[in-house]
Write a protein that binds this ligand. Structure first.
Ligand code: ATP
Ligand code: MG
Length: 574
């Protein structure tokens, strides 16, 4: 798959092309990404961000970043700030087009008075329960409220008193007057304003009535001259109200035609994560994770800390495309995209995650020398770096077996075979260094291996003539023990053990993976000591790692594993 070609066609692009051909918008494409600042952005939002900003970019239009902050209760400045930072991190720039829906409260209010005056809205005084009963059901039509026939003057008077704070919360609501018998329940006189004494992060205590989301959103779009208002499929049944409302307000002279068009697309459903704000808030509040930026969370701040790359998000959203039918995307698709991008860009380094000493008994004690390792095997222009070699090295514990299993080609000591014949210890190449032959190991009182011993073959240094004269089947990595940098490394795994946490009805918390993080102390090559926050590397044989942007200190970075080299879950699932 190529990534620099023209964007793949989808039903929205086809529609825009048709409209442009027909001259509907005069070529204008104006979209918006409208988060409600009531939580942190997550991987699902990234799909919407790439879609909206991507359309604007490709059609020479603009995309607005609009905070849909009409519901004061759960919104906060902390969320506003985090959202701005995440959108920027993904690589998008809203320029001067940063908007807050709460700045339109005056216009929304004026629109409501207009609807009342034109006979399209009324103040209802039924209780919430009564209103529910009057609404009917999917199979039964609703009934008109006894207050539906209030006069324009009475409605206006009541609505102004609602605004003036003369009634308690919930005493009345303003409703659109459409059709209580409509087969679409959303058209059965939906509520458009409610009384709610709540402090708003932007407007403070100016208002004690707030518009409902379904009323506010079309008006926000129309005020900003949005052409294509793209939302997820669950709003499909709201579209008739969206159109009804803007039509009535255009008749009233508030907006001019053509009016913004709502278009629905399938949300991202991703396995092994939860993408519901409510569930994410629960994970954070109940401390199942360390915070919003916990690298195991599918929030964008978590993803960033995990080491995922904005470019990987681009590749992912390109790959999954945009459609009108709901489905699930396997998490491994996301990981694969990230891995592809990291593979291209990350420098290679050496890290021993589960260290055991390898002592080269025939190498002089005080001596050390440089070996040279390429920074990227496919990109020689990225150069090589020196890695010191000395008598004592760290190797992976699993690269030695006292009694080798069948087909094991790494280090094992001399042994007597089934025929009673003494066989020599195995020979491996220390990658970028020498070939060594295993001679034995040391153990503690419990039989645990404390060191492996070997001899090196002096003429076999990588990169020197004749280095390949000795053929070996095993190739292992190492770092010099005297030169190594010991660091904390966090090995992250999926936060949930099941593809759809909680399933249809269960509690998603029951599916938390108890082993979703393992903190280890690893021996890293010295060059890694200079890594600064968000530097990314491939640790050879282990995967991609990032210097943690929160806990790294100068000359003391700690590392997070972003993703393994291969999809380790594909095997487990078989
Ligand atoms: P809620 O409305 O329940 O608070 P939300 O996830 O819809 O949650 P918003 O802040 O309204 O949150 O979302 C902003 C935009 O992101 C919306 O236009 C929404 O359609 C889009 N969006 C949210 N979740 C997804 C998803 N999983 N896939 C694609 N787009 C999404
Ligand atoms: Mg929403």
């Amino acid at each position: 798959m190529s990534h620099d070609t023209a964007p793949a066609a989808n039903f929205i692009r086809n529609l825009i092309d048709e409209q442009n051909a027909a001259g509907k918008w005069g070529g204008r494409v104006e979209t918006r990404f409208p988060p409600e600042p009531n939580g942190y952005l997550h991987l699902g939002h990234a799909k919407s961000i790439f879609l909206n900003f991507g359309l604007a970019r490709d059609y020479g239009g603009v995309c607005h970043l609009r905070f849909d902050d009409t519901n004061p209760e759960k919104e906060s400045q902390e969320y506003v700030d985090a959202i701005l930072e995440s959108v920027k991190w993904l690589g998008f720039d809203w320029g001067s087009h940063l908007y807050f829906a709460s700045n339109y409260f005056d216009t929304m209010y004026a629109c409501a008075e207009h609807l009342i005056q034109a006979g399209h809205a009324y103040v209802d005084s039924l209780s919430a329960d009564e209103m529910r009963t009057y609404r009917g059901s999917l199979t039964e039509p609703g009934k008109d409220s006894p207050y539906r026939s209030r006069s324009v003057e009475e409605n206006l008077d009541l609505f102004r008193k609602m605004r003036a704070g003369e009634f308690p919360d919930g005493a009345h609501v303003l409703r659109a007057k459409i059709d209580m018998a409509s087969p679409n329940i959303n058209l059965r006189d939906p509520a458009i304003y409610r009384i709610k004494r709540a402090h708003h992060h932007n407007t403070g205590d100016t208002w004690c009535i707030y518009p409902m989301y379904t009323y506010a959103h079309p008006i926000e779009d129309a005020i900003e001259h949005i052409t294509h208002s793209i939302c997820t499929l669950e709003f499909e049944d709201q579209r008739p109200f969206y159109d009804w409302l803007l039509d009535k307000l255009a008749d009233g002279g508030f907006f001019t035609r053509p009016l913004p068009q709502q278009i629905e697309f399938a949300r991202l459903n991703l396995t092994y994560v939860v993408l519901s704000k409510r569930k994410l808030i629960q994970l954070v509040d109940e401390k199942h994770v360390s915070g919003w930026d916990d690298p195991r969370l599918p929030t964008l701040v978590g993803a960033r800390r995990r080491g995922y790359m904005a470019e990987g998000f681009k590749r992912f959203t390109d790959r999954i495309g945009v459609s009108k039918s709901d489905g699930w995307i396997d998490y491994s698709v996301f990981e694969e995209c990230q891995r592809d991008v990291l593979n291209d860009s990350a420098h290679r380094r050496i890290a021993v995650l589960d260290p055991v000493k390898l002592i080269i008994d025939n190498y002089p004690e005080a001596q050390s020398e440089d070996c040279f390792a390429p920074n990227h095997p496919q990109q020689p222009d990225l150069g090589k770096r020196a890695v010191p070699f000395s008598r004592e090295l760290w190797i992976e514990r699993e690269d030695f077996m006292e009694i080798p299993s069948k087909g094991y080609f790494r280090l094992f000591p001399p042994r007597i075979d089934a025929a009673g014949i003494m066989q020599p210890g195995n020979t491996v190449r220390l990658r970028y260094g020498y070939v060594v032959q295993c001679t034995g190991c040391d153990k503690d009182a419990n039989g645990a291996i404390t060191a492996v011993h070997c001899d090196y073959l002096p003429d076999t240094k990588s990169g020197t003539p004749g280095a390949d004269s000795v053929k070996v089947k095993g190739n292992i990595h190492w770092v010099s023990a005297t030169h190594a940098y010991e660091a904390e490394v966090r090995l992250y795994d999926r936060l949930f053990t099941t593809a759809q946490p909680g399933g249809e009805s269960g509690d998603f918390l029951n599916d938390l993976n108890a082993d979703s993080v393992r903190v280890i102390h690893a021996q890293l090559e010295l060059a890694l000591k200079d890594a600064t926050a968000e530097d990314r590397f491939q640790f050879e044989r282990h995967g991609y790692f990032v210097a943690d942007r929160v806990d790294s200190k100068p000359s003391a970075p700690v590392f997070n594993r972003t993703v393994t080299l291969k999809d380790s879950w594909a095997k487990a699932e078989k």
